[in-house]
Design a protein around this ligand. Structure first.
Ligand SMILES: NC(=O)c1ccc[n+]([C@@H]2O[C@H](COP(=O)([O-])OP(=O)(O)OC[C@H]3O[C@@H](n4cnc5c(N)ncnc54)[C@H](OP(=O)(O)O)[C@@H]3O)[C@@H](O)[C@H]2O)c1
Length: 339
């Protein structure tokens, strides 16, 4: 079969290379999946360039955590799936339910020797896969295991979002656009920021209520306070990290919840913790989510007919171009590779 790997020690996209490998075979409770589509997350560009939590790529690894395909063979002990089922792999292996396992005890696909999904065939343990609802295409389903689940966990599972609340989501990448969709489906008012007016208009088309260009309005926290009558918001999808946190502390309302998710705006910054204290606000770290959350999210998406927003689909042999498109940050929503 054909696959792509990120070479050991990779520091640039030159490390992303095509290979030929024997087809894997499923044993015990494993399923063999003919992959149909995969999607790229910001994490994947950081891994490919050897900057993921300052860890270099230790061994050659098949990249990408998020993929969808069809079961073509199953080990003798498989009970959850049959040949022909359309499945989606989970981001983490072996985190089915409940709180996250201890740090270091849970592994995610596509890093540090844990092969990901950018291959024609992939073997999953049956516990690490879920069924794709019939209304979603493989390309759409491949957008969901990391970015969308992170948004769902932040707003719904941990955030317990309620009708009429307000949500601030930063930028228009995979996590933020999924957050916009989930917030609207839950009857919330959404404020979204972007560096691009054209992307803001697209966000309006998905129901965003207030649009702020964070380049033209670098003090976007003030703009958030203005449009909320000085109250601030109930939820923030914090994908910027230390580079945006100080402003999020200003923009959050009393009793609000900040889901600390990413580091798009860098790992350096200063922030005044008293702003959080005085507002009884919460800052909660989020790491994607477990399989049960993924199943709950898929159920809610089906009822609400929510379709992931795909910016562009690339062919399997165009994987480096797909990565470059994601690296450039020109996308709105998700970048997908058809396999
Ligand atoms: N903790 C977790 O479980 C988890 C899960 C998923 C992702 N993440 C992290 O969350 C972040 C987003 O991931 P993603 O896959 O959604 O990324 P993505 O799709 O690559 O999104 C990139 C977009 O972020 C926006 N952006 C960049 N710098 C920004 C800034 N200073 N302020 C506001 N927006 C900015 C830009 O939007 P515009 O073009 O509109 O300006 C850019 O297009 C990453 O740091 C990723 O590592 C964490």
């Amino acid at each position: 079969m054909k696959a792509w790997i990120i070479r050991k020690g990779s520091t640039s996209l030159d490390g992303l290379q095509p290979i030929e490998r024997p087809d894997p075979a499923p044993a015990g409770r494993e399923i063999l999946v003919r992959m149909q589509a995969a999607s790229i997350n910001y994490r994947d560009q950081v891994i490919a360039t050897g900057r993921y939590f300052n860890q270099e790529v230790a061994v050659d690894t098949v990249p990408l955590s998020d993929g969808a395909g069809e079961v073509v063979a199953a080990g003798p002990e498989v009970r959850r799936f049959r040949t022909g089922d359309r499945i989606l792999g989970t981001f983490f292996r072996d985190w089915i339910d409940g709180p996250p396992p201890a740090v270091g005890r849970v592994t995610a696909l596509g890093q540090s020797g844990v092969d990901g999904v950018l291959a024609e065939h992939v073997v999953f343990h049956e516990d690490n896969a879920v069924r794709i609802p019939g209304y979603l295409s493989f390309e759409e389903a491949a957008c969901l295991p990391c970015a969308a689940l992170t948004a769902w966990n932040s707003l719904v599972t941990q955030g317990r979002i309620r009708q009429g609340q307000s949500v601030l989501t930063l930028g228009t990448g995979g996590v933020s656009i999924a957050a916009l969709q989930f917030a609207k489906a839950n009857g919330a008012r959404v404020i979204i920021t972007s560096s691009s007016d054209a992307k803001l208009e697209k966000a309006r088309g998905l129901g965003a209520d207030e649009l702020i260009n964070y380049v033209r309005t670098p003090e976007w926290d003030r703009a958030v306070l203005e449009v909320t009558g000085g109250k601030g918001v109930d939820h923030i999808i914090e994908v910027g990290g230390l580079g945006t946190l100080a402003r999020s502390f200003q923009a959050i309302g009393v009793g609000g919840k900040i889901a600390l998710i990413g580091f798009l705006a860098g790992q350096e910054g200063e922030y005044a913790t008293r702003n959080l204290m005085g507002k009884w606000a919460r800052l909660q770290g989020i790491m994607v989510g477990n399989r049960t959350m993924l199943e709950e999210m898929l159920g809610a998406m089906e009822v609400n007919a929510i379709r992931p927003v795909i910016d562009r689909v690339f062919d399997f042999n165009e994987a480096p171009e797909a990565y470059r498109h994601e690296f450039a940050g020109r996308h709105f929503g998700k970048v997908v590779i058809a396999i």
